[in-house]
Ligand binder design. Structure first.
Ligand SMILES: [Mg+2]
Length: 265
């Protein structure tokens, strides 16, 4: 009997995983929401699946292996939900904020601070008529959350925010995510984060996984010999795909087994 396309994809993924596990220094960079955790209505209640959390901690203590969580959340929010020790590198706000060896900060210029204040005023004003729309503070900007809004409300509030940001601000970058539209005075992406983490850790190969449109910047920063893993449906530049967080936990488990086995060999 011939292999199905799904079986071939699974074999290709297992082969690539086996290969990346042999790299001298591995960087495992992971999105948090929708990748390690299931998406929940209340963002502060999100937690990694226990099996995903266990695999992350095992990888972080494996020799010649660095682990980073790369999130669109602010650092403060990521620290709260991720609950990982300092040995796990954290990247917040899509690459604007880093926690390395437990220390983190982001310094805006006076002009950036002023522009960020203007973004805040505009988003507060456009969100004010909608009880279902929430404005989240980010270190380099603000985000509109529309998860609880109707489609009509979402279209109206996003159109209004976009036109006012365009008319009244300069140098502000827009980022679209699932049920979130963010405006920031810094334009760092997860691609910048992957490049920075690669050089920071001296990684010889990068494993990167994520579920959202902003993770595509991360996939595009990967090179031959790296491993890109898309979580869930949607177009992607990643070479491989799994259905959801439980499957990510399995892949990370396989990766840590392969990596630990090499250490003992
Ligand atoms: Mg995500």
């Amino acid at each position: 009997m011939s292999e199905t396309a799904a079986e071939r994809a699974e074999t290709a993924m297992a082969d690539a995983l086996g290969l990346i596990a042999t790299t001298p220094h591995l960087l495992v960079a992971l999105d948090f929401d929708g990748t390690l955790s299931q998406t929940v209505d209340s963002p502060q209640k999100a937690r990694a699946l226990p099996e995903a959390q266990a695999a992350v901690l095992r990888l972080a203590t494996t020799a010649h292996t660095s682990v980073a969580l790369v999130s669109g959340r602010s650092m403060e929010s990521l620290v709260e939900v991720a609950q990982v020790p300092d040995m796990v590198l954290l990247v917040g706000s899509h690459g604007v904020e880093y926690r390395v060896d437990g220390a983190s900060d982001v310094q805006l210029t006076a002009a950036e601070t002023e522009m960020r204040g203007l973004v805040h005023t505009i988003l507060d004003e456009v969100a004010a008529p909608y009880a279902s729309v929430h404005v989240e503070e980010k270190p380099a900007g603000f985000a509109l959350h529309t998860r609880l809004a109707t489609d009509d409300e979402t279209s109206a509030v996003l159109a209004s925010a976009r036109s006012r940001i365009e008319a009244e601000t300069t140098g502000v970058t827009e980022r679209v995510g699932k049920d979130v539209l963010e405006f920031a005075v810094r334009s760092d992406t997860k691609g910048d984060a992957v490049k920075h983490l690669r050089s920071l850790t001296g990684a010889t190969a990068v494993f990167f996984a994520g579920d959202d449109v902003t993770d595509e910047d991360g996939f595009l920063a990967l090179a031959p010999g790296d491993f890109g893993l898309k979580v869930g449906p949607g177009e992607t530049a990643a070479a491989f795909r799994v259905a959801g967080p439980p499957e990510i936990a399995h892949v990370l488990d396989d990766l840590v087994e392969l990596r630990e086995h090499l250490g003992r060999a």
